[in-house]
Design a protein around this ligand. Structure first.
Ligand code: ASP
Length: 313
């Protein structure tokens, strides 16, 4: 008998309003979400490892300009991209992460290589890139990441003196478009991956939760895998992904209760808008958000696909 397996992905949570979403943009986002979850699911179906599945799902979203990761990353105050990413494998609690990388097309691959090929967990900036180029990564020019849309967003944030997205010019202006994936494979392994461009107009080497193990990403076999999205300054202080895992481990809460308690509880009271995706040791998927929407998709243990945007769906 085959063991259960399942996967969930997200493309960011936040204020996503129906009236501001064109049919064309919606169709394009839904297509990307489905392509991502299917890419990861295919690997699970072929008996591949959960980590392979989450990395390949995230890569699909990093390669799309629709999300704030890889190609579609937001711009810093200095008009460039600086990306953060992390992965975790639940079997031996191995993890890898990068922060502030500027010339890496798929930061999620580099995070996995930090886990597999270095003695460290988190590499930053130039050092992380030096490691990448030694491994044979291609130097990706900043031009590859530049989109007119992100440039206009940056100008509007600069004008308002804000560093986070907070007023809408685009449907996802108040949306934290980080991407992530969690999966359970047929061998009982749980894994999580998260990748982001961070927040528009960030300065001084700001790093969010997406490269922090225990905040943006966590995976522990037999328990849960979690990937988060939202304002990193809150998610780091509430150690969101780690807190969900701890509640399940010590309080024996189920994935639904633990995720909702964290996302709808103190995090929300502090002002931490956002959400998370999680999968437990039996493959049960959960999507939690305290915002009006979260781009998300899943294929459950019965092979059923769901692709959603709004919180009330
Ligand atoms: N969590 C990310 C950060 O703060 C933003 C996001 O979720 O889009 O860098």
């Amino acid at each position: 008998m085959t063991q259960p397996f399942s996967i969930a992905i997200h493309g960011g949570a936040g204020t996503i309003l129906r009236e501001q979403m064109s049919e064309e943009l919606k169709a394009s986002i839904l297509a990307d979400l489905e392509a991502s979850v299917r890419a990861g699911h295919k690997i699970l179906l072929e008996s591949g490892d959960a980590l392979e599945a989450v990395v390949s799902a995230v890569k699909v979203l990093e390669d799309s300009a629709n999300f704030n990761a890889g190609k579609g990353s937001v711009l810093t105050n200095k008009e460039m991209v600086e990306m953060d990413a992390s992965v975790m494998h639940g079997k031996e609690l191995n993890a890898g992460a990068v922060a502030g990388v500027r010339h890496i097309r798929n930061p999620i691959e580099l995070a996995r290589d930090v886990m597999d090929k270095s003695n460290h967990v988190l590499l930053i900036g130039e050092g992380a890139e030096e490691f990448a180029f030694e491994l044979g990564y291609e130097y990706t020019e900043q031009d590859y990441f530049f989109t007119e849309r992100r440039y206009e967003q940056l100008l509007s944030m600069k004008e308002k003196g804000l560093f986070a997205l907070s007023e809408s010019k685009y449907p996802d202006d108040k949306k934290y478009g980080t991407v992530g994936a969690v999966a359970l494979d047929q061998h009982g392994n749980l894994a999580a991956a998260t990748s982001t461009g961070g927040v528009t107009n960030k300065k001084y080497g700001r790093v969010g939760d997406s490269s922090i193990i225990g905040a943006g990403t966590y995976a522990e076999n037999g328990n849960v895998a979690v990937s988060t999205t939202g304002m990193g300054e809150y998610f780091i202080r509430k150690t969101v992904a780690g807190d969900v895992a701890a509640r399940m481990r010590y309080l024996k809460e189920d994935v639904h209760t633990a995720s909702e308690t964290v996302i709808q509880g103190e995090l929300k009271e502090m002002g931490g808008e956002g959400g998370l995706i999680a999968v437990d040791g039996q493959g049960k998927l959960h999507f939690a958000m305290n915002s009006s929407g979260m781009y998300r998709a899943g294929i459950d243990v019965n092979g059923n696909l769901s692709v959603k945007i709004y919180a009330d769906e």
